[in-house]
Design a protein around this ligand. Structure first.
Ligand SMILES: CC(C)(COP(=O)(O)OP(=O)(O)OC[C@H]1O[C@@H](n2cnc3c(N)ncnc32)[C@H](O)[C@@H]1OP(=O)(O)O)[C@@H](O)C(=O)NCCC(=O)NCCS
Length: 91
């Protein structure tokens, strides 16, 4: 599995998280996200952000259990608006 995250103005944004089908459901995805959170804490970054799917029922709860909260539309950081726009463009 892998996680790719980028620094946007001292915010760590998780762009992609993927675990090989044969290894899913064994805690790898969770450990990858927790490692990114630990890295952000160590570097004293402002927050960790990501976008996820509303229509995959377990996605949001998975992130919420690790402490993520949904951001209201008016509170979006610029990099999140860009990320959402790119996702819309890619269908
Ligand atoms: C999403 C993904 C990265 C999760 O990785 P993983 O190693 O399978 O996840 P984990 O084993 O750490 O489990 C993470 C949580 O998701 C839940 N989960 C994982 N796969 C699930 C499934 N198919 N159905 C229901 N729940 C699932 C687990 O219950 C677990 O919850 P918990 O640890 O809080 O109890 C992996 O399934 C994947 O690569 N999917 C395809 C790519 C993708 O959708 N990426 C974008 C996600 S926004």
């Amino acid at each position: 599995g892998f996680i790719r995250a980028r620094d946007f103005d001292n915010l760590l944004h998780i762009e992609e998280l993927s675990v090989s089908l044969a290894f899913q459901g064994q805690g790898v995805g969770r450990r990858l996200v927790l490692t990114a959170i630990e890295h952000a804490r160590r570097e004293q970054m402002r927050a960790v952000t990501l976008t996820t799917f509303r229509d995959v029922p377990w996605n949001a709860p998975f992130y919420q259990r690790m402490g993520f909260v949904e951001v209201a539309p008016g509170e979006h950081e610029a990099h999140l608006l860009d990320a959402l726009q790119k996702e819309i463009e890619h269908g």
